[in-house]
Design a binder for this molecule. Sequence first.
Ligand SMILES: [Zn+2]
Length: 67
Amino acid sequence: MPIYEFECRKCDQKFERLILSADDKTPECPECHGRDVQKIMSAGCKVALKVPGGYGGASAHSCKPSG
Ligand SMILES: [Zn+2]
């Protein structure tokens, strides 16, 4: 199931949404019903970066830190 995590820029609400079609790329925020939401990339990447020396090697290569 293609479930993506989104974050509302307006109220910082984070929510998960099942995306079935391309038309559904921008879901409404369940909190403020705004559409100013952004898709959050796989949370696993962030966790890996937080753990020093935890996930090295292969998993680190698939992560592209934006900072
Ligand atoms: Zn919101």
